[in-house]
Design a protein around this ligand. Sequence first.
Ligand code: MLT
Length: 240
Amino acid sequence: MIVPVDVELVAQDANKASKRGDLVIVIDVVRATTSIITALSNGAKSVIPVQTVKEAMQLRRMHLDYLLTGEREGVKPKGFDLDNSPLSLTKENVEGKNLIMSTTNGTKALVQSRGSKWVLVGAFVNAEAVAKKSNEIASKNNVGISFVLAGQKNHFALEDFICAGGVIDKLPKGAVEFSDKAIGALLAYNGAKHNLQENIRKSKHAQELLKIGFGKDIEFACQIDLYSIVPCYKNGVTQV
Ligand code: MLT
């Protein structure tokens, strides 16, 4: 079967992908999905994405041993254990732990994708692995692949679009059929890839992170295929 590949540009459109019955790949490359993949690679048991800080706090009251992670305006919310930097989610900090995570856009995109049967977590750091796994599942089940980009407060985010193109680039040629948005993402990635970090830094959100001292996170997020795991979001929990 030829697998159709499409892209939803903002989290709010996740339901369009669910209605098509597609497998979803959620991308918030700077930084939520990069951070989830990193935490699980460093031995976290699970990451539970929630939409609001209040929900995160409520859930933690029921599970006092869970860690609270995430950000608002890029920094750790009051009462949280860790921020949303992938560099904070070290083995030392997260191994063997369950994490409750709330971020401005990325965790919302995951929760809003809950209507889809398969929801995978993607970023540059697992581009090859997520491309391979999504294609295997989609071909086997005769469904399409949709990228759900977290975006930035309901708006298009350049970095997520380029990252989707990076994953699309690794899908097997000939076995997939791209929508115009998927072709656009691929063209954007091909135009950006030779100077990936510098091009990702041009995005509005990366500029905001640079201003508050998180430049190293952008460098980290631009590492292609650092990990081979593909976290899946199911029943409210993200696990490998
Ligand atoms: C988000 O979810 O909006 C981002 O991951 C924000 C961030 O850079 O931490």
